[in-house]
Write a protein that binds this ligand. Sequence first.
Ligand code: NAD
Ligand code: ZN
Length: 366
Amino acid sequence: RVDLGDRSYDIVIGSGLLAGCGEAIRAVSRGKRAFIVTDDNVAPHYLDIVRTSLEQAGMRVDHAIMPAGEQAKSWDNLGRLLDAMLAVRSERKTMVVALGGGVIGDLAGFAASILLRGVDFVQVPTTLLSQVDSSVGGKTGINVTQGKNLVGTFYQPRLVLADTAVLRTLPVREVLAGYAEVAKYGLIDDPHLWDWLESGGGAAIARLDEQALQRAILASCTAKARVVASDERESGVRALLNLGHTFGHALEAEGGYGGPLLHGEAVAVGMVMAFDLSVAMGLCPPADAARVRAHLAAVGLPVVPPQVNGQPMNAERLLAHMASDKKVSDGKVTFVLAHGIGQSILCRDVDPPQVLQVLQQAVTVT
Ligand code: NAD
Ligand code: ZN
């Protein structure tokens, strides 16, 4: 349960939940109407089962199918989605159902938060990344020319239903990208989780072992729910969840959204960079950084920035992207660094030349 007073909600994790999702969603709905938002990869697999379950629970169902991919998080698509919701005369009591990965969750959540000044929504995350991270915590938003996720709202769902069975149709590369966020929770403050991942848990998740998946999703959601409950709007500890993300967002921006790196892949490279920077600053033993790099590489995640058009990424430009991150305040970037595995800290006193050195080293090791 995510504890937020009268906005508290449950996260339900299990295999085969979709078939019975209608009753669960009906139970948290104020009315009898649902609007499913999904994408054109997810729809052929799961739209019918969710629609049928909602109808069996007595709800009238409309839906919209967005184009798959990061590009869906745009003003244009937000406008189209709101138009589609209004075209079927959605009401204040309509329940928006976000059925898809983090892209659909962020977009549908944002739409729900502004449609008719706010209608309820539930998250039915269908990627590992969205099950362990983006569906919980209430951050919604879209990308704009100036950067990723720069426009959005804090808006909590009424329920999160994470059905591990749907991960069977997810491309392996996407599973691994989600795995990066699981590893992140271990690196932040759960060395026990990290040890398990390193000693076989990671490999079990990569082959979609049901027990390993449920353990990882539960550990991840528990960690995220705790942080969100204590700092919903990210004035303090919630920023720890950005481990690897300041570097990662710069890599995503430099590669272009929908470019060479998936979000989770960028986070994997970013976490390696954060540990390298921690070592360079004398905060962290080199052996811990080496373990991070070795394990992420062993499961099949990238640990160095990819080349773009046959060229290494430009370190100065990456640094410039970091300075325009939305986490910047008073001109300073807040970095998530670490004293070691499971011992992450927030740090605002980082020397830009030192960051540049880490970036330069990373872009040349391709
Ligand atoms: P995604 O939503 O693009 O999904 C990845 C791909 O898998 C897409 O092509 C999708 O169509 C497909 N897909 C989804 N479920 C499937 C299934 N079960 N079977 C087959 N294909 C399936 O990407 P994502 O990695 O889930 O999410 C990334 C997004 O999440 C980014 O935009 C990122 O900014 C956002 N995010 C948000 C938060 C937050 O707190 N709101 C946190 C982390 C990430
Ligand atoms: Zn992330």
